[in-house]
Design a protein around this ligand. Sequence first.
Ligand code: Z5A
Length: 207
Amino acid sequence: MTRGQFITFEGTEGVGKSTQLETARSTLEAAGVDVVVTREPGGTPMAEAIRELLLAPRDESVHSLTELLLMFAARAQHLHQRILPALERGSWVLCDRFTDATYAYQGGGRGVPAGHIAVLEQLVQGDLRPDHVILLDAPVDVGMARARDRSEPDRFEQEKAAFFQRIRDCYRQRAKDQPLRYHVVDAARPLDEVSGQVASLVRSFLG
Ligand code: Z5A
């Protein structure tokens, strides 16, 4: 049995990750691939409960290490209960965010040293890294405007534009540093163009 591929979707809020995950799912299913779609934080009942803890707006200020450890607690559960079993049975896993989001949000956004994140990454994941990271990149105000129409902002969405700018800068730097793993898509383009680019990228992963 050949191991499935692990593909993650990243970017600042509202850039279209959920939308493009569906493009990737339908492209792969049309090619006969068994696909598992999931998200972080979340993906199992317990990890979804941790997601609720993380996203709930609260009066108490949340320490950056508390946030970091909860992200990896949810990830350990998700990885071992859901992602690894799916990859091992040959399914492809499409995940809305993964550890690259931790480097961008907790690292770039909150200022946690990358070395601390790397220690937890190795502890929780061993050598597992996404095979491909699709970075949907758009100016912060474009994503914020797209996300604005939704319900009450969560704890992350309450942050200011400067926080999301640091996150975007961090993602773009990581894409420059890891050009084989990262695929940058201009997410400010009209929806049909972005979907077309994501579909052809995903087809190229089929080999
Ligand atoms: N987080 C973290 O801090 N550390 C971590 O390690 C992880 C996560 C894993 C929850 O993530 C929060 O967790 C997140 C980071 C943190 N906080 N923030 N911000 P999330 O992924 O669930 O939340 P999100 O980033 O806010 O995702 P989102 O708002 O759901 O956005 P999206 O999935 O990228 O966008 P969308 O729902 O596909 O599209 C938004 C709207 O734009 C929708 O109406 C679309 O129809 C429209 N759209 C999409 N593409 C286009 C184009 N090209 N043109 C026009 N309109 C478009």
